[in-house]
Design a protein around this ligand. Structure first.
Ligand code: CO
Ligand code: CO
Ligand code: CO
Length: 320
């Protein structure tokens, strides 16, 4: 009986909420599926235009992580209309619109509410062939893990708020956060990868855990191979670490096996919540070098950070 079907049992809902994937995927016909996601947050930087760009790049990232192309975006904005000049809201929306345009998609509308603090993000709809959806649940033993952006934006944003980050460090984080994952997604599409997610609030370890548990495998990553923005280690040593990093690390504790020489600072960097982070993809061992070269050819800093291993538990082994 149709009425007994919950939405998650609809055969056309190819990806729902059960696998912690980046977006929902709904099959329209044999050739076309819709990809839907929504993301919004409070400002992570002072400049409103830059904040708009970052929020849009971040929202688009979930579409790219599924291997899809963004089509339409709707603005979601909360703004203290009585407290702040309206120009600020206009700048935020302009930053968002410019990023959506850069992605080749269209801002088709949106909704504004009065709010005590500014919030901005977008609901993005993309398109994909139903047979080419890249899910979390596809990683296989022998696959290589590739990460496409350096870590550390959460720590740098915390330092910027405390006026303890220098200008080049702040700039480097802005560059990472405003960069689209479109080229990385294009490489995934042409090369074929087994799984992908983007790195956001749960940090590298949290999103890797989601991928491993959805795929029923384990992982091994190498601290010294993991790209981290300059100054992040120093800032973290000074205690400029967002609360989310501690929460992520605590939440994952039972799934982590650390090399004993890895200190608390490095553990927190790997758990640092990222805004508009890179894609984490798994590629068959045979094609990993080809994938890295293809990413680099597109100007994407793809780096091999570890591999997928057999495990009955979604254990993450972190080596030096
Ligand atoms: Co995501
Ligand atoms: Co998201
Ligand atoms: Co995905």
């Amino acid at each position: 009986m149709l009425c007994q079907l919950s939405s998650s049992e609809d055969p056309n809902l190819l990806v729902g909420s059960s696998t912690s994937d980046d977006a929902a995927v709904y099959r329209l016909n044999d050739d076309l599926a819709l990809v839907l996601t929504v993301d919004y947050f409070t400002p992570v930087v002072d400049d409103p235009y830059t904040f708009g760009q970052i929020a849009a790049a971040n929202a688009l990232s979930d579409i790219y992580a599924m291997g899809a192309k963004p089509l339409l975006a709707l603005n979601i904005i909360g703004f203290p209309i009585k407290l702040l000049p309206l120009e600020i809201m206009v700048e935020i929306l302009k930053g968002g619109a410019d990023k959506i345009k850069e992605a080749g998609a269209i801002v088709a509308g949106g909704h504004t509410i009065e709010d005590n603090e500014p919030k901005y993000g977008l609901a993005v709809t993309g398109l994909i062939h139903p047979g080419r959806v890249i899910k979390n649940a596809g990683a296989r033993p022998g696959d290589v893990l590739i990460l496409t952006k350096p870590l550390g934006t959460g720590i740098i944003n915390t330092a910027v708020k405390g006026k303890l980050a220098d200008e080049p460090t702040r700039q480097a984080a802005v560059e990472v956060m405003t960069a689209l994952n479109d080229q990385a997604a294009a490489v995934m599409f042409s090369l074929g990868v087994s799984a992908c997610t983007d790195i956001t609030g749960f940090g590298l370890l949290g999103h890797l855990y989601e991928m491993l548990s959805a795929s029923g495998v384990g992982g091994r990553i190498y601290l010294n191979n993991i790209p981290v923005l300059e100054q992040v280690h120093n800032l973290a040593d000074m205690g400029l670490i967002p609360g989310g990093a501690y929460r992520n690390l605590e939440y994952l504790e039972e799934w982590l096996r650390w090399d004993e020489e890895i200190d608390e600072t490095d553990r927190l960097i790997l758990s640092d919540p990222q805004t508009s982070g890179g894609l984490l993809m798994t590629v068959s061992g045979k094609r990993a070098d080809e994938a890295v070269s293809a990413l680099r050819a597109e100007g994407v800093a793809g780096v091999k950070i570890g591999e997928i291993i057999e495990s009955e538990l979604p254990l993450i082994n972190v080596e030096k």
